[in-house]
Design a protein around this ligand. Structure first.
Ligand code: IMP
Ligand code: MG
Length: 191
């Protein structure tokens, strides 16, 4: 694939997922936990996380959308709902692929919170902290990433590349253009 480089290998992802599963198990021990996987991006992460989670786990799915291409549209749409009876009075962990502006996580958090869970936590594989617009941070994070567009391991670019076992990032094209400015030359980086 052109213009992408691996930023997290399959081995790194699996190791970190195991650590997260162990951390979560220390919190919930043998209490039942409802893991809410946010489709489609978090599906690979949720499966691997749950396979490594030794406790009492129930798997639920929710689907929202806000992205088109590389940009968040800012408008969130609920595409697949979850039943209140599956959430009410239960320990719930929302599993996300990546937190970018924070809009999706905030929407999901508030939406699930309205269903009166016993407790609610959020777990994201990736956190683009510097892109945050809505002030919300996931409780558990796999890796922090810079302001890069990432693909693979569930993450897509217009629905493609989800099936890569690693996470890749789009390389920012460095077009070094020399501009004559005030009698000195300056390099300009274009993205
Ligand atoms: P937010 O609402 O802006 O935080 O965006 C969150 C959602 O946008 C994530 O759950 C992803 O599905 C998608 N997203 C954000 N950044 C990326 C990316 O770099 N690659 C692929 N999908 C992304
Ligand atoms: Mg997502």
């Amino acid at each position: 694939m052109e213009n992408f480089e691996i930023i997290f290998t399959e081995k790194q992802i699996q190791e970190r997922t195991k650590e997260l599963a162990e951390t979560l198990y220390k919190v919930y021990k043998n209490e039942e936990v409802i893991f809410v996987c946010t489709l489609k991006g978090a599906v690979f992460f949720t499966c691997d996380l749950l396979k490594k989670y030794p406790g009492d786990a129930i798997l639920e799915f929710i689907k929202i959308s806000s992205y088109s291409g590389e940009e968040s549209t800012g408008r969130i749409k609920l595409n697949l709902d979850i039943k209140k009876e599956n959430i009410e009075n239960k320990h719930v962990v929302i599993v996300e692929d990546i937190v970018d502006t924070g809009r999706s996580l905030k929407y999901l958090h508030d939406y699930i919170m309205n269903m009166n869970p016993k407790s609610l936590a959020t777990c994201a594989l990736l956190d683009k902290k510097m892109k945050r617009i809505v002030p919300i941070d996931p409780d558990y994070v796999g890796f922090e990433v810079d302001d890069l567009f990432v693909i693979g391991y569930g993450l897509d670019y217009d629905q493609r590349y989800r099936n890569l076992p690693y996470i890749g990032a789009k390389i920012k094209k460095l077009l070094s253009i020399q501009l004559k400015c005030c009698s000195s030359y300056k390099n300009v980086i274009l993205y």
